[in-house]
Every structure is written in C-alpha cells, then in structure tokens.
Design a protein around this ligand. Structure first.
Ligand code: GDP
Ligand code: IMO
Ligand code: MG
Length: 437
C-alpha cells in the first residue's frame, strides 16, 4: 500500500468533498483532479473567505502544493481562466502550482449548446421527467466526443496551429448539421459554429494557459518516485458514476474512485487510503430516482438549514433522509477505507430521525442496489427511526461532546456500512471538524 489517498463522494454530489480535500491537503504534496469538469462545485471556507472551485483542485488555497488537472478531466478554458483570475483577485496565486494535462479534453461552446438542446429535445419528445437535469456545462457532449474521437479536441490540439483550425472546420460541419436537427426538434434557435472565430479565440486561451500545460502522467509518476504524496479529489459522486450510478441519471465520467486510474495514469494499488464523503442525510440535484426524498416540511427544513442550493447552478437541491443502502453500495464500489460524515449540524432539532437501512420491492427485501433506474424508482425504503438531538452541535470541540443520540446516529452508520467514521463535520469551517480516530 502506498501513502497516497483519495477523497470521493458516496451519494449524488455536494457531500462536502472540497472541505475535506482542503483539510487533508496539509498532509499531501500533490492534489489531483481526475474526472468531471466545471459541473463540479467544491466549496472551501477559510475564516470569512468562501471559495467555490469548479476545475482547479481544492488544494490551491494552500501555498506550496502542486495541483494537477489530469487527463480524465474535461476542461472549459473559459471557466478555467475565470477561475484563475478570480483566485488571483483574492490573493491566491495560480502559477507553477497548477498543471494541466495535454491529454485532457476541451469543452467547447458548442458542447454547451448541444447539452442544452439535447435536454430540450428530450423534454419535447419524452416529457420533462426524462430530462437528466444536467448542469448545462457541456460535460456529456465533450465526453461523448472523446469516445467518438474524430470530433474531439484535446488540450495538446490547441497548440497545433493550422491543424487545429482545420480540425475545427471539420467539427463545425459535423456539429452544425447535428445541432440544426436538434434545434428543430426542440423548437429552439441556435447559432451555427464559426470555425475561424473559434480557432482564433481558443488559440488565444491556449497561449495564456501554456505555462500550465504538460504531460501530467510522468509528472505524477516522478512525484511518487520522489516520495511525494498524492491526494486525489473526486468530482461529482459514486451514484453519478456512468457505470455504477443511477444510469441514465448520472454524469458522463467514472466519478467513483475507480475513475482515478484511467483519469490520471496512476495504476491501481497505489492509493491506500480512500475517504468516502457522505452527508448525514441525502441530497440530489437534477432528475433520477431518490428513494428517501422528502417533498415535505422535513425536506424543506434540511434544505434551509443546510443551504442546499447548488454551488454551480444555484438550483435547489432535492433533500431527504440518509439512505444507507446507497452509502453501503458506494463505499464498496469505491473501496472506502473510512467515512467522513458531513453537515451533521443540519440535523439538530428533529425529534426523530429516519435512516434507510434497506429496500423492499413487492413486499420482498431487495439485497443489492438495483441496476435499473425504473426498479430503483419502484422500491420502498425500510427505515430505522432513531432519537434526534435538540441541541445545536456546531460548537462541539470533540466527538465526546456530541449529545448521546448524535453519537448513536454515527455509530449506526458505521455498523450498517461496515466502514469506520473517521471525521464528523459540524459546520463549513475548518475548525468545525471532529476527528474521531
Ligand atoms: P462538494 O461538491 O462535495 O465539494 O460540496 P459543495 O461544496 O458543493 O457543498 C457542500 C456545502 O456544505 C458547502 O457549502 C460547504 O461549505 C458546506 N459544508 C461542508 N461541510 C459542512 C458541515 O459540516 N456543516 C454545514 N452546515 N455545512 C457544511
Ligand atoms: P460536485 O463535484 C451534484 C449532476 C447534475 C445532473 C447530472 C448530470 O459538486 O459534487 P452533467 O452536467 O454532469 O451532465 O449532469 O449530474 N451533477 C452533480 N450534482 N454535484 C455535482 O458535482 C454534480 N456534477 C453533476 O445535477 O443531475
Ligand atoms: Mg458541489
């Protein structure tokens, strides 16, 4: 086993990965993003400052750490440059401490158009309920071009001058035809791609980004050979994983810990510590099954206390009770060696709390996470009802200071999932973190 570690979401995203990456960064040397793109929104709170990171690893707030956007990420240069500038204006220097893989794929404006038109077309032909509810950041279209190959652009392509321009002309011809059909189907307008303009614009972005661009694979292997420790930062979450999540209501990358290896070029077996991040309850943004969803006063209370509105899109998040079927499944897929239970403070003040410990379908217990979204929609939760805790816990300084009922809640998670809870988070600040063992 090695000293490298990963932080990965075990639910449907927004579990508080940014906070834990920021906390753990002190013990690591290189922070690596391996999947997703600007669909992610990771929040780091340091005193009065709040940073929302989308593409840049959350380690950037610490000076002297290397941050790597590896090959598995899809990078929107406009968003990346905005993020670099935004950090600079707040005194966070982004220079040699940020590296971007030549192999990463580039999100282009037409990917965002395609993302939005695709959702509109689905809504038109199959109804609103069939929409994925994407972030509109062009993630799915960019990853599908990666798989298609001839219409893909990698970071390295931006530096090939006329060959890049020529490639864009071909892509514009293919995409304009495709976007026109989608637009007609969705009954929407779209602006055709102007390849020459895009080639000029993206050539300029490439020039600004050039100092960051390199082959990050040998960089990571070299860092490991030098005894430097890597911390992988998962974006999105296991239930949004394209293979293991609630397909098709997922994102387009392997956002479980399994995506680390293809997404960075670091082989399996080199990451010994996998920290599974989970909220003390459940949220989800966008469409798809959500067994423990509470469309009622309990869900509203969680949303308001937890400020459950998207970091990336501002959408209200769907809220519900903790679903341990989900966490147990994700912890197994991700190989979680420990759990961090986040936003625990949000649950203070409920008389009773419900925890889903199983599913039933047609009166029978469901043993495994259903593979189909339709089947998951149809299951009913089996709840264990436990005592709540009335006192606010945001000021607790140690795990032992938590009310008894709160400690029992954590212990029930641990027992049901079969993985130790190492961290309990009781507020967004670094100091509001209880380390258990
Ligand atoms: P990520 O995508 O997993 O990094 O999570 P987000 O940043 O999208 O959402 C988590 C939100 O919860 C952020 O606003 C955090 O500042 C906040 N947060 C993290 N941990 C806690 C906690 O223990 N309690 C409370 N109240 N908020 C927290
Ligand atoms: P972080 O890293 C929450 C969801 C979207 C949508 C689905 C597909 O902040 O936890 P996409 O734009 O990726 O094609 O959308 O996935 N989704 C997220 N939800 N947090 C995220 O990231 C998400 N990234 C994608 O809401 O349902
Ligand atoms: Mg988020």
């Amino acid at each position: 086993m090695s000293d490298n570690a990963a932080v990965v979401g075990l639910q449907w995203g927004d579990e508080g990965k940014g906070k834990i990456v920021d906390l753990l960064t002190a013990d690591y040397d290189v922070i690596v993003r391996y999947n997703g793109g600007a669909n992610a929104g990771h929040t780091v709170v340091v005193g009065d400052e709040k940073y929302a990171l989308h593409l840049i690893p959350s380690g950037i707030i610490h000076a002297d750490k290397l941050n790597v956007i590896a090959n598995g990420v899809v990078v929107d240069p406009v968003k990346l440059l905005e993020e670099i500038d935004g950090l600079a204006t707040r005194g966070v220097e982004v220079g040699d401490n940020l590296k971007l893989s030549q192999r990463a794929h580039v999100v282009m404006p037409y990917h965002k158009t395609q993302d939005l038109l695709m959702e509109a077309a689905v809504s038109k032909s199959r109804g609103d309920g069939r929409k994925i509810g994407t972030t509109g950041r062009g993630i799915g279209p960019c990853y599908s071009d990666k798989a298609l190959r001839t219409t893909a652009i990698r970071v390295a392509d931006l530096y090939t001058g006329d060959r890049f321009r020529e490639k864009l002309r071909h892509i514009a011809a293919v995409k304009n035809a495709m976007l026109a059909s989608l637009a007609a189907m969705a009954d929407e307008e779209f602006e055709p791609i102007n390849a020459e303009l895009l080639a000029d614009q993206y050539g300029e972005y490439a020039e600004v980004l050039e100092p960051h661009v390199c082959d990050t694979t040998p960089l990571l292997h070299g860092a490991m050979a030098d005894g430097r420790k890597l911390l992988f930062e998962g974006a999105n979450a296991c239930m949004l994983d394209i293979d293991h999540g609630t397909y098709p209501y997922v994102t387009s990358s392997n956002c479980s810990s399994l995506g680390m290896y293809p997404g960075s070029g670091v082989p399996g077996g080199r990451v010994g510590r996998i920290v599974g991040i989970m909220k003390a309850y459940t949220t989800r943004v966008g469409g798809g099954p959500f067994v423990t969803e509470q469309n009622n006063a309990d869900g509203d209370r969680i949303r308001e206390r937890g400020h459950e509105y998207g970091t990336t899109t501002g959408r209200p998040r769907r809220c519900g009770w903790l679903d341990l079927m989900v966490v147990k499944y994700s912890a197994a897929i991700c190989g979680a060696t420990e759990l961090s239970v986040m936003l625990f403070d949000v649950l203070a003040g409920f008389d009773k709390l419900k925890i889903c410990v199983g599913y039933e379908l047609d009166g029978r217990r469901v043993e495994h996470m259903p593979a189909s979204a339709e089947e998951l929609e149809a299951v009913t939760p089996v709840y264990e009802e436990v005592d709540g805790f009335s006192e606010e816990i945001t000021g607790c300084k140690s795990y032992g200071e938590l009310p008894d009922a709160a400690q029992r809640y954590i212990e029930l998670i641990e027992k049901t999932v079969g993985v130790p809870v190492g961290i309990v988070s009781i507020g967004p600040e670094r100091s509001q973190t209880l380390i258990r063992r």
